[in-house]
Design a protein around this ligand. Sequence first.
Ligand SMILES: [Zn+2]
Length: 91
Amino acid sequence: MRMQTSEMKLDGNAIGGLLREIFTMEVTDADATCAACGAVNPLGRTQVYVRAPGSVVRCPACEAVLMRIVRGEGRYWLDMSGMRTIQLVAR
Ligand SMILES: [Zn+2]
């Protein structure tokens, strides 16, 4: 029996527990794949510029922007569009 797409579709609350697991992990040793050049580097080995508006993380191979983090009053904005993937290892 084939499952209909609408039967598998849930709202974003369905991944709440999964996201809580992921965002408590140590991420400096997570491997980030650059969307621009495909280089894979641990986040701890990237280039970080902290005097930009927020923090800007760049690829050590091609200097493309991997991530932008801005901290405001009681909130954070996280732009990870420069990374194709990030691989976190559970310990
Ligand atoms: Zn790159």
